[in-house]
Write a protein of this length. Structure first.
Length: 139
């Protein structure tokens, strides 16, 4: 094979500009017996690439195990969501009940305060009634 052509193909190969056919020519040359001395350092690399191309992965890869985890994660997420909504609503209802209690207590306090003022005024009416009875008795 033309040594000059191999050197040019090797240069193209290291710059990633070769086609598959040109790479096959390089593989054939470097896996053969008549490699030039100054290019022998590349023969181990091309031999490794040729052997690596023949290797195949033969083990089975289990794919269904991950779905079980997603199913349990989704069940857990839904459970947390339901508990959050339930206890969140109970907390909100409790806060609303406390607010209603405080407002009612405030309203009844105002009513009691005004009722006390009203009963004081009733005392004056009682005195008026007694005075009126005295006037009627004297006449």
């Amino acid at each position: 094979m033309d040594l000059n052509r191999i050197e040019k193909l090797l240069e193209k190969y290291f710059e990633a500009e070769t086609t598959e056919a040109e790479e096959q020519v390089l593989r054939d040359y470097f896996t053969g017996d008549d490699v030039a001395e100054h290019l022998e350092q590349y023969s181990t690399m091309f031999t490794f690439f040729s052997n690596a191309k023949q290797e195949r992965f033969t083990k089975q890869v289990p794919l269904k195990t991950s779905k079980v985890y997603y199913r349990w994660i989704s069940v857990a997420a839904v459970t947390v969501l339901v508990f959050g909504i339930y206890f969140g609503n109970r907390y909100q209802e409790q806060r609303e009940a406390e607010y209603a209690y405080l407002q009612t207590k405030k309203a009844l306090g105002l009513l009691a305060q005004n009722l006390d003022r009203g009963t004081e005024k009733m005392g004056y009416l009682h005195e008026f009634e007694e005075t009126k009875q005295k006037i009627y008795k004297n006449n």
